[in-house]
Design a binder for this molecule. Structure first.
Ligand code: PXP
Length: 281
């Protein structure tokens, strides 16, 4: 069964809805409250504000998550630099940093890695400020190919595993090979959309077609000696078929688990996702 990479960005999104101005901002901590390394509800070392994504990462690991995934966006709309810093002291599994292909992000990842040994992996993603969440795969074949190749080399030289978040497309996989990536994370959004439209009915041709696209991409990735990852819009219902694909090594999942955690708590939500991954289609 693949490993579960738990994306905790949405926990930070919820915090930022109230705590956008940060410690000492318009919604400061209650008097006397001090943030702890994990789970502080006040100000202090944690940076302040709840829910704390770093505590969520800790709880996710207690629930069995194998990897903690975060996206430090250029506009810092959810995760903050101080969250990333604290995660390096709390994560006991592996830390996967999703990032745009910019000089600032590459430098930040390398400096942090040099100082703390984390992140273990960088996943390069496209980044548009207008989008609510990552909407499409990175184009590794176009104008930016040289810049991407150079970023991959710098990160790999710094000891990071480097993954490309791409669409299930032959040309993109071949481009990822040329760029020197170690892994490809296939964008499962189109599959998830087909699953929802079909109501999960496997007799639906469009759903079968989308699953086959991901499976074909997975085979091509592995035959190029890269690790096959998948993610985006996976949930408790649609995850089984993707987890079942030959060679699927990691699934990166956020929204569905954070949503369920509101009712069940993070540990249980993660445990339930791992069970769903094991149930197959
Ligand atoms: N993988 C990547 C590269 C992502 O950017 C995201 C978040 O958008 C995810 C996986 C997780 O997606 P979701 O929150 O829909 O599970």
């Amino acid at each position: 069964m693949p490993l579960l990479g738990m994306n905790i960005d949405h926990v930070a999104t919820l915090r930022q809805a109230r705590w956008r101005s940060g410690p000492g901002g318009s919604t400061p901590s209650a008097p006397g409250q001090r943030g702890a390394a994990i789970g502080g509800t006040g100000g202090g070392a944690s940076g302040g504000g709840e829910p704390d994504p770093v505590r969520a990462a800790h709880e996710a690991e207690l629930g069995g998550a194998h990897i903690i995934t975060v996206h430090l966006r250029e506009d810092r709309r959810h995760l903050q630099d101080h969250d990333l810093e604290r995660l390096t002291g709390v994560v006991r599994t592996r830390l996967n940093l999703e990032m745009a292909v910019t000089d600032e992000m590459v430098r930040l990842a390398l400096v942090l890695r040099g100082r703390t040994g984390m992140p273990h992996m960088a996943t390069l993603v496209p980044e548009g400020r207008h989008e609510v969440t990552t909407e499409g795969g990175l184009d590794v074949t176009g104008e930016g190919a040289d810049r991407i190749r150079s970023a991959v080399k710098r990160l790999a030289d710094g000891g990071l595993t480097v993954s490309a978040f791409i669409d299930a497309d032959e040309a993109q996989i071949d481009g990822a090979v040329r760029a020197g990536f170690h892994c490809c994370e296939i964008h499962t959004g189109p599959y998830a959309r087909a699953f929802a439209l079909a109501g999960g009915d496997w007799r639906d041709a469009a759903l079968g077609g989308q699953l086959e696209r991901v499976a074909t991409a997975g085979r091509r990735i592995q035959s190029a000696n890269m690790r096959f990852h998948a993610g985006h819009a996976l949930n408790y219902f649609n995850v089984g078929a993707i987890a079942d694909l030959d060679g699927a090594a990691e699934l990166h999942i956020g929204h569905a688990i954070v949503s369920r955690a509101i009712y069940t708590g993070m540990r249980s939500a993660v445990e339930q996702m791992i069970s769903a991954m094991g149930r197959g289609r």
